[in-house]
Design a protein around this ligand. Structure first.
Ligand SMILES: [Zn+2]
Length: 235
């Protein structure tokens, strides 16, 4: 990833001065990765700051999920997270740090077997994202960054926008039409594309540490209405 697209905020579309350069995906999600692995886009101060706490919770989630599997970047991020919690074990009002509590609550040790159930494959951590994390917000921000980087399009406010984690990293039929792809080291892989008839409608698959997969999409609301099966009959 080395493309650059500057001079407009990729989230709100504002053009002009006062924009700051932002890494894509956000550098704070994998601070140990080399700068050269990230693309750069620009964002206004307001949009840039909005997600910083959510992004740090998301970073801890993907570092925990991605660690222990031979990926140096993931293990380093997980180590940094643990050191950080060790330095600041106490949160507000003398209680244990709430981000740490949340994370521990969401780690479950699970045994894995072959599909037939006969062969034990070992056990590993299964991590679910913390309940109070704005997961969709963080994922959409990244997907909107990719969309802007490749199309120059800012997704309008009235567009339908969604993002979800996907259980298995495998791609449906539609994926064959989404042929833009790239990566930032071992931390981040993506594939995606946009509709020929509407550059602002798009679909992106993103994978963190080859482990946590997600899908994000943007749709023109009028296009959705037109193709609805429940269209009322007009005589
Ligand atoms: Zn903005």
């Amino acid at each position: 990833m080395s493309k650059k697209k500057l001079s407009q905020c990729y989230l709100c579309g504002i053009i002009g001065t006062g924009l700051t350069i932002e890494h894509l995906p956000p550098k704070c999600l994998s601070p140990k990765s080399a700068d050269s692995e990230f693309a750069t886009i620009s964002a206004c101060q307001n949009c840039n700051n909005k997600y910083s706490h959510e992004e740090s919770k998301f970073r801890d989630f993907v570092a925990t999920a991605g660690s222990g599997r031979g990926l140096i970047a993931a293990d380093e991020a997980y180590g940094a997270m643990k050191r950080n919690f060790a330095r600041n074990p106490i949160g507000r009002a003398g209680n244990p740090h709430k981000d740490l509590i949340r994370l521990i609550k969401n780690i479950k040790r699970r045994d894995f077997y072959t599909p037939s159930g006969k062969v034990y494959l070992g056990s590993s951590n299964v991590v679910t994202p913390p309940d109070d994390l704005d997961l969709e917000g963080v994922l959409l921000k990244i997907a909107r960054g990719l969309h802007f980087l490749y199309t120059g399009a800012v997704i309008p406010d009235d567009y339908i926008k969604h993002a979800v984690l996907i259980e298995k990293i495998e791609y449906p039929e539609l994926y064959e039409e989404t042929n833009t792809r790239g990566r930032a080291g071992d931390f981040f892989h993506f594939r995606g594309g946009w509709a020929k008839e509407d550059i602002k409608s798009g679909l992106w698959y993103i994978v963190f540490y080859k482990k946590v997969g997600a899908m994000a999409w943007f749709l023109n609301p009028t296009a959705v209405k037109k193709t609805s099966k429940h269209k009322p009959k007009i005589d």
